[in-house]
Design a protein around this ligand. Structure first.
Ligand SMILES: [Ca+2]
Ligand SMILES: [Ca+2]
Ligand SMILES: [Ca+2]
Length: 269
């Protein structure tokens, strides 16, 4: 009987330890659930360095962040590193989220005793929107046209006048009157022109006309832009100050001199 009791004592003691004890006796004892084994330490590294704090990224370039695990275990070895992005198991390459949004990236290290620990970082996209394209002014262009078949005048062409952007900032301004459906998008061309005689005196002018319709009613074939000038009364040169207004409400001005004698049209600096 006594022998049996001595034999049972270690077993009873083991049962007691396995079953734990009430709170009054365990207050200063480390958690016994790991049986004295220590859990691993998960470590996230970026570019070979342990992460310090959270991460930011550039959402405008579809930037990816490649993380690596450098977890360790004080009393064994790490057998697995598990990555989770927003709670979903995934790889360690994370695409930058949309502007202003963020993702939670967690690394769970598992050791050879099947103990685990996790660490998490937040990856936040910079709240930078892609740069808005900037509107740029139109470019007024005057070129030599046909000599008027009736004599006494000439056409100067404005066909090459165009906008230098492809924006339409004010659709409420209505349809584009010239260059519709192409990048020209010119709404209006204004000419301020003066006729000079050979001695430098003014024959007539300055005169200002504005062209807002580029059609046959305005002596223009559809889609053709030109302006008639007379060469009567001893006109030697014609000075044309040409201003284009585009569909972004931007203007630009160029000055040209036409010489009747040699038929040269020269843009002024
Ligand atoms: Ca361990
Ligand atoms: Ca423009
Ligand atoms: Ca435009």
């Amino acid at each position: 009987m006594l022998k049996t009791a001595y034999t049972l004592l270690p077993a009873l003691l083991g049962m007691f330890l396995l079953n734990g004890c009430d709170s009054s006796c365990c207050m200063d004892v480390p958690p016994a659930s790991n049986n004295g084994l220590q859990a691993p330490t998960p470590v996230i590294t970026l570019d070979g360095q342990p992460l310090q704090g959270n991460l930011t990224c550039d959402p405008t370039t579809n930037q990816t962040i490649t993380l690596t695990a450098a977890s360790s275990d004080p009393d064994g070895r790490v057998v697995e590193n598990i990555w989770k992005v927003d709670g979903v198991e995934s790889g360690s390459v994370v695409v930058c989220p949309a502007p202003g949004e963020s993702k939670q990236i967690c690394l769970i290290a598992v050791d050879n005793d099947n103990l685990e620990n996790q660490t998490c970082v937040t990856l936040t996209a910079n709240n930078t929107q892609p740069q808005e394209p900037q509107a740029t002014p139109p470019l007024p262009v005057l070129t030599k046209g046909d000599v008027d078949g009736d004599g006494g005048g000439l056409y100067l062409q404005c066909d090459n006048t165009h906008d230098t952007d492809s924006l339409h900032l004010y659709p409420e301004d209505g349809p584009f009157l010239y260059g519709s459906n192409d990048p020209k998008d010119i709404k209006e061309i204004t000419y301020n022109y003066t006729y000079y005689k050979a001695d430098g005196t003014i024959e007539s002018g300055p005169i200002t006309t504005t062209q807002t319709e580029f059609n046959e009613a305005n002596d223009q074939a559809p889609g053709i832009c030109k302006k008639w000038f007379h060469t009567n009364n001893g006109v030697a040169t014609i000075k044309v100050v040409m201003t284009a207004l585009d569909d972004d409400r931007q203007t630009n001005t160029k000055t040209y001199i036409y010489n009747v004698a040699d038929g040269l049209l020269v843009e002024q600096p």
